[in-house]
Design a protein around this ligand. Sequence first.
Ligand code: PHE
Ligand code: ZN
Ligand code: ZN
Ligand code: ZN
Length: 259
Amino acid sequence: PPDIPGANSMAHANQLQSIATANGGNRAHGTSGYRASADFIQSTLSRAGFTVTRQQFTYNGALGWNVIAEWPVGNPNDVVFLGAHLDGVRAGAGINDNGSGSSAVLETALAVARDNAQPTKRLRFGWWGAEENGLIGSAYYTRNLPSSERAKIDAYLNFDMVGQRDTTRWGIYVDSPTLGATFKQYFDSKGIATRSIDISGRSDHASFARYGIPVSGISSGSDPCYHSRCDTIANIGERVMGHSTNAAAYAAWRLAGIP
Ligand code: PHE
Ligand code: ZN
Ligand code: ZN
Ligand code: ZN
């Protein structure tokens, strides 16, 4: 797996902060800040050579979007999926929740493209809309996938709140012990303590688990700015973002079989 500088993901998070600042301070579903966030992810991936799908849905009378990108190498019948919700609450910029996960997944996708990675399995990346309204975007995605397509997803890995500066123990979702063990290997190799967490229906992995897809994920935990105005770029740290990004990349490389 690559060794990705935390500064790379911080640069993406800075972009999301600028987008919030330029759009009334937030990136919530139904706002111009969300639309601009989706534009940013889509254009960054397009420039890197991904074919990007923007999936539109309506919730509460407002348009929302999921952004999906697939790396077109490897067996299309075996998909390893990494995802993060791109929306935030209206109270603030939503940078730990969840500019952090969105940035870590974006940087992992860009690393795959930079390395011209040749995985055995397919890597797919997703940024979900309207998670804060009740997992709306991810539920829309899985519900509208033909069951034959759902059956091709070997693993879904979720990244929600992965940037808190003061983390001492990383949380690994208990859902799939096998997938969780892959994350633990990364943190063990860095001498970082982990614990098992169960956030059951509180993030987008639930939209995949519902269909029997093996899921896991990581989180550096909640913080005093959770769902608040102070969840800004000052709320996340470069060192932590380096760990979330490299944990995501480690799992992508191992699980998709990149040599
Ligand atoms: N960030 C989630 C939400 O508000 C909840 C969550 C809690 C996720 C703890 C991960 C860990 O949308
Ligand atoms: Zn398979
Ligand atoms: Zn939230
Ligand atoms: Zn969240």
